[in-house]
Design a protein around this ligand. Structure first.
Ligand SMILES: Nc1ncnc2c1ncn2[C@@H]1O[C@H](COP(=O)(O)OP(=O)(O)O)[C@@H](O)[C@H]1O
Ligand SMILES: [Mg+2]
Length: 285
């Protein structure tokens, strides 16, 4: 379900990551209410793929036979059709060895596929979110608050994918826009790349006070960085947990993190950590 600009950005950036993109730029205007545009350098889509991508339950990611073995962000084939139902959606894309193509969808109605000029990858542009449902528009918060939620989504996805580069620009009022977030692609092994990424996002203070974690038990693997108790925080704002590289907001997992530090932190202090729990997707929990 697309409830607000940040959820649209999350779906679009996840699609870009699923497409193997290494650079994603997100442009936004008016808190995402008038424009959300995600440009990626991923595998792209062919002219024939475009209408399919916009039909319900069409996904290129699983064949439906094994819902328990999900390794991509997307698997339901619902994001693009829902975006095309709640706003004016335009997708331009180019797959290797193919010509670029473009499709438009508004109020759930698909337009024809037309040629488009782009060198590679995909540009998804969503304009006038909820234009046809003013009631839903009313539930959105101020542009500032919606923008902040978009930044938070990007921060999390950028922590999950340190090898990829991300930018977020606010184009409100036209012109070059204002750069709101930037995370350059990090190289090196996972821990080097993640250290670089976390220094960029959480600050050097975090990485200088955090230890790499890489442990395995009972088929579960935990990797990331956990800060020393001396670097405890006054809030839980620097707690970022992932399962198989996907940002999660699961109470039980955050409770487990708190429990792990219980003996070394006073009750009003909070640990800081960025941890990815790696589980075999086929494993029953
Ligand atoms: N940025 C992109 N690059 C390449 N293909 C894309 C991109 N975004 C969407 N697609 C294609 O469109 C399909 C539908 O996307 P979506 O509605 O988000 O469903 P899902 O991600 O669950 O498959 C995807 O399965 C994929 O084949
Ligand atoms: Mg998707």
């Amino acid at each position: 379900m697309v409830e607000r600009p940040a959820s649209a950005v999350k779906e679009l950036v996840e699609n870009a990551l699923d497409a193997g993109a290494t650079r994603m730029s997100v442009d936004i205007a008016d808190g995402g209410k008038t424009l959300i545009r995600v440009t990626d350098d991923g595998c792209g889509m062919t002219a024939d793929d475009l209408p399919l991508a916009l039909s319900r339950h069409a996904t290129s990611k699983i064949d439906g036979s094994d819902l328990l073995d999900i390794r991509s962000f997307g698997f339901r084939g619902e994001a693009l059709p829902s975006l095309g139902a709640v706003g004016r959606l335009a997708i331009s894309s180019r797959a290797p060895g193919q010509d670029g193509a473009r499709i438009f969808c508004e109020g759930g109605r698909l337009g024809p596929v037309k040629p488009a000029a782009l060198s590679r990858g995909t540009v998804v542009e969503l304009r006038d979110l909820f234009y046809a449902t003013p009631a839903r528009l009313k539930f959105l918060r101020s542009d500032r608050a919606e923008l902040q939620a978009v930044v938070e989504v990007l921060r999390r996805l950028a922590m999950a994918e340190p090898g990829a580069g991300f930018t977020l620009r606010d184009l409100t009022g036209g012109g070059e826009g204002r750069l709101l977030f930037r995370a350059d692609a990090q190289s090196g092994d996972l821990f080097q790349a993640l250290r670089g990424r976390l220094t960029g996002i959480l600050g050097q203070d975090f990485t200088e006070n955090a230890l790499p974690v890489d442990v395995e038990r009972d088929g579960l693997r935990l990797r990331g960085f956990a800060a020393l108790p001396t670097y405890s925080r006054g809030s839980s704002a620097q707690q970022y947990l992932f399962v198989n590289g996907r940002p999660v907001l699961d109470r039980m997992l955050y409770g487990a993190l708190r429990a792990a530090y219980f003996d070394v932190l006073s009750r009003d202090r909070h640990p800081a950590a960025v941890l990815n729990l790696i589980v075999d997707p086929a494993r029953s929990m």
